[in-house]
Design a binder for this molecule. Structure first.
Ligand SMILES: *Cc1c(COP(=O)(O)O)cnc(C)c1O
Length: 338
């Protein structure tokens, strides 16, 4: 989303931090040498090597890059969709699963989460997998917009039961301390997807898919050859050679999330759910969520209104964990409105 001028922008799970000046200078010096008259590397081998060295990618696992993980969802949908196919995901979850399914004319089945903790409903998930035989299952882990992690044992059960591919979407990996990547060797129908967007590089557009070579080489046939541009490749190579910076920022956000959660829990008039991601979902109890949302907007605090997007999200709002200062201003504005 484009930056809101002068506003506190807590609506899109962006990392609030930038890079130290010295690092920016080194980065710009590298960009200066990029030959933008040439096509980018279609295989992005250098970047992939740097990613293998700095991200937590198991040995022997194949890697595919996307222009954001949104593009990887599109590649999966193009490769596996069709008139006689079904895609499935729990709901409420990441809206792109449903939207992109529609674009590729593939039926989408949303299986409602359990209420009120948004856990996966074991019975209905397994029954839906049995009856619909989906070609593709998307599981956001932690889930967006609810922030929780589903039980690992149940996900393993679903992967075993699934007749097609299961994609574990770890967009919030940096904030959860969990991963399914360690299970990649155990199943031939499992893929794990991540993005650098929520870790501070949303503007770069770089997502990645991990899995067995057999699957990824099929999906590569759908990927456009130059989907990762030269500036993105060079920038990601540069910053991933300084992985401590991104990890320090993520650690700060994790700790601020816990503080914000505690502060919000102490407020009367809202219910807030625990989160393993860099955002918190909360419900307004006394007043309609839209009133709070618009009131915050008038005070230039931009969060996300979830009301109306799914029956289980009645009067729900989602706030991204920002800097300490931003979180304090959000809390102050929220208190005034409750
Ligand atoms: C934000 C998000 C994405 C998309 O991320 P990009 O890499 O920026 O396209 C994918 N999945 C989930 C669950 C997300 O919340």
């Amino acid at each position: 989303m484009p930056p809101a001028q002068g506003a506190i922008k807590l609506d899109a799970m962006e990392n609030p931090y930038t890079w130290p000046d010295e690092l920016r200078r080194l980065w710009l010096a590298e960009l200066e040498r990029v030959e933008v008259n040439r096509y980018p590397s279609a295989t992005a081998d250098v970047l992939k090597q740097v990613m293998r060295e700095s991200l937590d990618i198991p040995e022997g696992v194949a890697l595919m890059l996307g222009n954001g993980s949104d593009e990887l969802i599109q590649v999966l949908a193009l490769a596996l969709g069709g008139a006689d196919r079904i895609f499935l995901a729990p709901e409420p979850s990441f809206v792109m699963y449903r939207q992109i399914s529609r674009v590729v004319d593939t039926e989408f089945v949303g299986v409602p989460l359990a209420w009120p903790d948004f856990s996966l409903d074991r019975e209905s998930m397994l029954a839906a997998v049995q009856s619909h035989q989906p070609a593709l299952i998307f599981i956001a882990w932690p889930n967006n917009p609810t922030g929780n992690l589903f039980a690992e044992e149940l996900l393993l059960e679903i992967i075993k039961e699934a007749p097609g591919l299961v994609v574990i979407d770890e967009a919030y990996h940096a904030f959860s301390g969990t991963s399914f990547a360690g299970h990649l060797g155990e199943f031939d129908n499992l893929l794990v997807m991540r993005t650098l967007s929520k870790s501070g590089l949303a503007g770069l557009r770089l997502g990645y898919l991990m899995g067995q070579e057999d699957w990824l080489s099929e999906l590569e046939k759908v990927r456009l050859p130059y989907n990762i541009n030269s500036l993105t490749q060079k920038t990601a190579e540069f910053i991933l050679r300084h992985p401590d910076l991104l990890e320090e920022q993520a650690a700060q956000i994790r700790s601020d999330r816990e503080q914000l959660f505690a502060d919000m829990q102490a407020l009367d008039g809202i219910t807030v759910w625990p989160s393993a991601a860099n955002f918190l979902l909360f419900r307004t109890e006394g007043k309609p969520a839209i009133e709070i949302f618009e009131g915050l907007g008038k005070q230039s605090v931009l969060i996300k209104n979830m009301h109306g997007s799914h029956p289980q999200l009645r009067d729900c709002l989602r706030v991204t964990v920002g800097s300490e200062d931003e979180n304090a201003k959000f809390l102050e504005s929220l208190k005034r409105l409750l």
